[in-house]
Write a protein that binds this ligand. Sequence first.
Ligand code: AMP
Length: 377
Amino acid sequence: MKTVHPNSTIGVFGSGQLGRMFAIEARKMGYRVHTFSPDADTPTGHISDVETTASYEDLDAVRDFAKAVDVVTFEFENVPSATVEAAAEFVDVHPRGEILHTSQNRLREKAFLSSNGIPVAPFRHIKLIDDLLRGADEIGFPAVLKTAGFGYDGKGQQKLLSHADLEPAFAALNGQEAVLEGFIDFEKEVSVVCTRGIDGSFAHYGVIENSHANHILDISFAPADVSAKVAADAVEITRSIAEKFAYVGTMCVEFFVARDGKLLVNEIAPRPHNSGHLTFGPCVSSQFEQQVRAVCGLPLGSTEFFRPAAMANLLGDVWANGEPDWTAALSLPGVSLHLYGKAEPRPGRKMGHITAVAGTAAEAANLAAEARRRLMR
Ligand code: AMP
């Protein structure tokens, strides 16, 4: 097993906030960071030693990048497979490109999960309108139609309530492959953020409870308000997915908790995850530090929480009435501010988040929400 020692250079595909927080932790540990993405002046670039701005399709630039670094990881899972393969000619890439390939596409991901006995919502592969008509008959309504590729935060999703919705929804796919899923009347949504080391070691933060607004994560808190059985099952399912993938790095599994307590996997994120931002500060080792440790072949750190914690996302909407009232929010004890260095606060754009710690997870969630309310004058 090769250890990539501090003062070596970690290459990162992608340049958003996940890469930024990864780079903060990597630099804390004395690593150099080199980010590669099509953009310039990026959240990750601000913290990196080197920022390469080139298209993911520019394989010469990708190879030059790979030759300049000691190990490669990514913060953006829609990096093309050919890009990862070109980098892997020169340097180890964690997690493996094959995992990226599987989780980039909802169909491949669902097929992988169900063939490994992991519970998921009923689904059908949709290529033709006939697939959709038959699938809707079999699955019933309501259902959700999702494009197979490049979907996150509810992008490319349509809820179907009756037969009348089928043809327009199919037309809106514009020829893209899709997955039809049964709509789950869930009690809550939870996630498990875990890290698997090169040596097969496994660490997790327990179960995090998530609420969404307009399909985008809004508030997370930990520990989740679930039974010991649900918590143990969620961790066990996560562990088995990490094992089946022979995963190296930090990964998140998102679940629906059905009203009967049954868990269904909604999605896998092959990288640190928005719900795991509440580990950055409130835990001994954050999800980003764990990613650094895993991809560099170091032992994983402690995932212990100092106190129950919560996170509230800050979208561009928080800037709607002008400069947010930072003083009002930060005067609350237990609250910390994370901003991603993005210049333009567009509505719906993830600009930052607030973490809060308190005596209980519910109190922490209320505190994070109150801090966010105070930002908006
Ligand atoms: P996704 O992009 O698949 O993670 O979906 C974003 C959000 O849409 C999820 O976190 C759920 O709140 C909701 N959603 C997605 N799929 C389903 C489903 N099959 N049943 C109910 N809600 C869903």
